[in-house]
Design a protein around this ligand. Structure first.
Ligand code: NAD
Length: 360
């Protein structure tokens, strides 16, 4: 039987509640598809600050590096908000991505048929559903380029630099092409090549890489047009590839179009198979400990883990189908509840997905 090592970073707020449900689902999937998962718990965020004084202990990094994948709940909370920046829980998030050399962020934005009413767009725009994957470069570009402040002729000025090497563009492009291959084989690369030199290098490089993926249809959009098309006709997109800053903006826009924050998963990947999987939402301190958090984003993050780190695509499909079934059966946590449905808490939602796995 295959064995996988998964590090669990439960984190703060609702983190431990939602990770517990995702673990239940992963174990059930293992039973069904013939693999076993060995878990190790690691600290990050507020709970790590309380226990060790820092948001990302070295021990956590070492444990993650030794595992096949990492599942993260969420970190942060008011208790730690007044600490200096490098000691805040969120510093752990940046730190772990850097330590694991995760340069690609994959964020699906999907509307499930039964949750269509959560989408802010009109029905004739959205149709039956929407299913987009945003692939964002995570460790380069303007967020990491040369920056500074200076006085110019007595006037204060500041600058940040959008800087990419062709190698950085190539490796994120390959992740996007591979993702497109696992989906509907369409890739839209986003840039501002009509204005920015860095975007011209981006576009040339993506075109060069595309020669290795003749089965994937490639097109290009300028960022301003892409932002508009996402709300005008989101169904045209399958995979969107973007730089760090453009991807930051587009992935948030796409998640708003999808509507429900408790439903959206994400993956951060590096050169190898090791990946970090987490819901896109935060630690939701307002509902922590109440047993009402929606665990589906974390459960769907486990499906991404199976697909991208563990090469268990069938098991990933089964989890996604089980989530669809639960939604079709009208089972809802309060955040996605509409009249006529059955309102359940976090644990019951996890149990419902486990039960649905028997049937898909
Ligand atoms: P949030 O995503 O935690 O919550 C926003 C709203 O969405 C809240 O009303 C919350 O109750 C609701 N919500 C979020 N997830 C939900 C779920 N699974 N089920 C039901 N409702 C859900 O964002 P915030 O309130 O801005 O931030 C809270 C804390 O989380 C802050 O400390 C912030 O820094 C941190 N944060 C962490 C991450 C992360 O760990 N990746 C991401 C974003 C924010």
């Amino acid at each position: 039987m295959k064995n996988y090592k998964v590090t669990l970073i439960r984190g703060d707020g609702i983190g431990p509640e939602i990770v517990a449900e995702a673990v239940k689902v992963l174990d059930k999937t293992g039973e069904k598809f013939g693999f076993k998962v060995e878990y190790a718990d690691a600290l990050m965020g507020g709970c790590a600050i309380d226990a060790t004084g820092v948001p990302l202990p070295q021990e956590t990094i070492d444990m993650c590096l030794k595992s096949d994948a990492v599942l993260l709940g969420a970190v942060g909370g008011a208790k730690w908000d007044n600490l200096p920046g490098h000691l805040r829980p969120e510093a752990g998030l940046l730190g772990i991505r850097g330590a694991l050399k995760l340069f690609a962020n994959l964020r699906p934005a999907k509307i499930y048929g039964p949750l269509k009413s959560a989408c802010p767009l009109r029905e004739e725009i959205i149709g039956d559903s929407m299913d987009i994957m945003v692939v964002r470069e995570l460790t380069g570009g303007i967020y990491f380029g040369k920056r500074g402040r200076e006085m110019v002729d007595g006037v204060e000025a500041a600058y940040d630099t959008e800087y990419y090497t062709a190698a950085e563009v190539e490796r994120i492009a390959r992740v996007a092409f591979e993702a497109a291959r696992k989906r509907n084989r369409r890739l839209c690369s986003v840039d501002k090549a009509n204005v920015l030199e860095s975007s011209r290098l981006w576009r040339e490089t993506v075109i060069r890489v595309s020669k290795d993926y003749p089965d994937v249809e490639l097109n290009h959009l300028y960022i301003d047009n892409a932002a508009m098309q996402l709300v005008r006709n989101p169904k045209q997109f399958d995979v969107i590839l973007a730089s760090n800053i453009f991807g930051d903006i587009l992935s948030d826009e796409a998640s708003q179009v999808a509507g429900s924050i408790g439903m959206l998963a994400s993956a951060s990947l590096g050169e190898g198979k090791l990946g970090l999987y987490e819901p896109i939402h935060g630690s939701a301190p307002d509902i922590a400990g109440k047993g009402v958090a929606n665990p589906l984003a974390t459960i769907l993050s486990v499906a991404m883990m199976l697909r991208y780190s563990l090469d268990e695509a069938e098991a990933a499909d089964a989890i996604e189908a089980a989530v669809e079934k639960v939604l079709e059966d009208g089972i809802r946590t309060p955040d996605i509840y509409t009249e006529g449905c059955k309102k359940v808490g976090t644990v019951d939602m996890g149990d419902a997905v486990v039960a649905a796995l028997e049937k898909v």
